[in-house]
Design a protein. Structure first.
Length: 480
C-alpha cells in the first residue's frame, strides 16, 4: 500500500523511530539538510513527538556544543581514527555554530560558559533547541509521521542477485506500524495499522539503547545486522559507576573538583565482537586512559560527575565483552603525584607539630575525604607525621596520589547518556555516511561506533554525522 503523497515521487524516508540525544539531534539535522537540498523527506518517529531526549539533556539546559574540540582526546571509537577525523573535518565547529545561531537556519542564540567550555542556548531551555530544530525542518517541507515504528526494512527486490541489491540504484521498502494509542508506543491498548512505503534513500538515526524509558531499545542495531553490518558490541557510556568509597566511609554528596581520574587496563588483544569484520588483526587496547575533566561526585551508590562518567565506558565495555575489568585510580589533587605529596608532608609536618589529617586539608583535600583517606591508610586520627610507621606512610601516599576506587559495576542504560559501540566507520562512506554494505542506507548519530565525553561533544557528533547523512542521501537521489 502506498501513501498518496509519496506516489510517483523520489523521496527519502528517514527512520527516526526512537529518540535519544544523538538520534534526535542527528535525525533532525539529517532531515533538515536533505530537505534543504531540494528532495522530499519523510521523518518517521516512534513517539508522539520528535527530539524527546533533547528535552532532558544538560539538566534541561541543553549543552548544544563544546567551546573547542579535539577528536583525538574528546571522542572514543574502536574504528579508524583517521575516519573519525575525516568526518569532523567536513564541518568545523565554527560553521556548525553558525548554522545553529543563524536566524535563517535554526536560529538559536548561544552563550559561552567559560568555566566549563560549553555552549548553551541563552534561554537555558532545552525545549527551545528541540522546537526550533523541528520548526526549521517543517519550514523546509519535512513531513513528520509521529507514533510510527519500523517493523522491517529490505530492498524492493530482496530475491534479486546480490550485485543488483547492492547497486546504488536499489530502492528500499519499509513496513511501518502506526499506533494511535495514548502512549504512542508499541505496547498497551490502542489501534494499530501497517503501512508499506518505498523510498529511494533511507537515513537511519534510531539512536542506541540509552534511556530506554524514552523508547530506545536498540532496534536500529537489529535492522543493520539483518542488512549484513557488523557491530562493535554496544555498551552503556557516560553512566554513573557503582562502588564503595575510600576507607569504608560514607561520603555521599561530597564533590571533589580537582581530582585526576585514570583507568589502568589489563593488556588484552582486541578484535571487537566475534561477529565483527572491521578489524583485520588484533591490536592492544590502550593500557591507560586519563579523564579530561576533574569534577568527581561521590554518591550514595558510588561515583558520578564528569570525570567518572567519561571513563565509565571502560567498565561497561569490559562487562559486555566478558573481559577483565580495569582499575580506576584517582589522584585527589590534580598535578600532585607521589613525589609532590612527599614534599608536602615533609614541608608541613616535618616539625612534628601538625596532625596528618590537617596537612591534607591544607593541600585542599575536603575534611571528610581527608579522614577517609587516613582511615584507608590505617592512620589513626590525631597522629602526626613523625609518628607514622614506614608502611603507614607508604599507604597514605598511595591513597593520596594513586587511590584505587572500588568499582562494583555501573548504572547501565537507564542512566547512560549515550551508547558506545555500533557500526564500524570503515563500513561507511565517511563523506556521505552511506553504508558500504547496503548502498542507499545512510547511518548517523549513535548507531555509529563513536561517542564523545561530557560537554556537548555528542551533540557535535550528531550535528556533523547527521548533516553528512542528509546531504549524502539527497545527492544520491539526484544522481540516480
Amino acid at each position: 500500500m502506498k501513501v498518496p503523497f509519496l506516489s510517483n515521487l523520489r523521496h527519502i524516508l528517514q527512520i527516526v523511530h526512537v529518540e535519544n540525544e544523538c538520534a534526535g539531534a542527528a535525525g533532525l539535522t539529517a532531515a533538515y539538510f536533505a530537505a534543504e537540498s531540494g528532495v522530499r523527506v519523510t521523518l518517521v518517529e516512534k513517539t508522539p513527538e520528535a527530539g524527546k531526549k533533547i528535552l532532558i539533556s544538560g539538566g534541561t539546559r541543553c549543552n548544544v556544543l563544546p567551546g573547542s574540540v579535539d577528536p583525538a582526546t574528546d571522542y572514543f571509537t574502536e574504528s579508524s581514527a583517521s575516519a573519525l577525523r575525516s568526518i569532523f573535518s567536513r564541518w568545523s565547529l565554527d560553521d556548525c555554530r553558525d548554522w545553529i545561531t543563524d536566524p535563517n537556519q535554526v536560529g538559536i542564540e548561544l552563550a559561552y560558559e567559560e568555566e566549563t567550555n560549553k555552549l548553551f542556548p541563552t534561554s537555558n531551555e532545552a525545549r527551545e533547541v528541540r522546537d526550533k530544530l523541528v520548526s526549521a525542518c517543517r519550514r523546509r517541507g519535512v513531513i513528520f509521521m509521529p507514533s510510527t515504528a519500523i517493523e522491517n526494512l529490505q530492498p524492493t527486490h530482496p530475491d534479486a542477485p546480490s550485485s543488483e541489491v547492492n547497486s546504488r540504484k536499489s530502492r528500499w521498502e519499509c513496513i511501518l506500524v502506526n499506533s494511535s494509542c495514548n502512549g504512542g508506543g508499541n505496547s498497551g491498548g490502542g489501534h494499530y495499522s501497517k503501512t508499506k512505503l518505498t523510498a529511494d534513500r533511507i537515513i537511519l538515526a534510531t539512536g542506541g539503547k540509552s534511556f530506554p524509558s524514552l523508547g530506545t531499545i536498540g532496534t536500529g542495531y537489529e535492522i543493520l545486522t539483518r542488512l549484513g553490518h557488523s557491530l562493535h558490541v554496544p555498551y552503556p557510556a557516560l553512566t554513573p559507576l557503582l562502588g564503595n568509597h575510600p576507607g569504608g566511609e560514607k561520603l555521599p554528596g561530597l564533590s571533589v573538583y580537582n581530582a585526576e581520574l585514570s583507568i589502568k587496563q589489563p593488556k588484552i588483544a582486541s578484535v571487537g565482537d566475534n561477529k565483527s569484520k572491521s578489524s583485520g588483526k588484533a591490536k592492544n587496547r590502550s593500557k591507560t586512559l586519563t579523564a579530561e575533566r576533574t569534577a568527581l561526585l561521590l554518591t550514595h551508590r558510588g561515583f558520578s560527575g564528569p570525570a567518572a562518567m567519561d571513563l565509565s565506558h571502560c567498565f561497561s565495555m569490559a562487562e559486555e565483552r566478558n573481559e577483565p575489568a580495569p582499575k580506576l585510580l584517582v589522584s585527589w589533587i590534580k598535578g600532585m603525584d607521589r613525589k609532590a605529596w612527599e614534599h608536602a608532608l615533609t614541608d608541613f609536618g616535618g616539625s612534628g607539630g601538625v596532625l596528618v589529617v590537617n596537612i591534607l586539608k591544607r593541600q585542599g583535600v575536603p575534611a571528610r575525604l581527608a579522614d577517609a583517606l587516613c582511615a584507608q591508610a590505617g592512620v589513626v586520627p590525631g597522629r602526626k607525621l613523625p609518628e607514622l610507621r614506614k608502611e603507614e606512610r607508604i599507604k597514605l601516599l598511595e591513597a593520596l596520589s594513586a587511590c584505587e576506587l572500588e568499582v562494583k559495576g555501573h548504572e547501565g542504560y537507564p542512566k547512560a547518556e549515550v551508547t558506545g559501540g555500533g557500526v564500524p566507520l570503515n563500513e561507511l562512506n565517511c563523506a556521505t555516511m552511506e553504508s558500504k554494505i547496503a548502498p542507499g542506507v545512510h547511518i548517523c548519530g549513535e548507531l555509529c561506533d563513536v561517542h564523545g565525553r561530557i560537554g556537548g561533544f555528542n551533540f557535535y557528533w550528531a550535528w556533523c554525522s547527521g548533516r553528512l547523512a542528509g546531504l549524502g542521501a539527497a545527492m544520491g537521489v539526484v544522481e540516480e
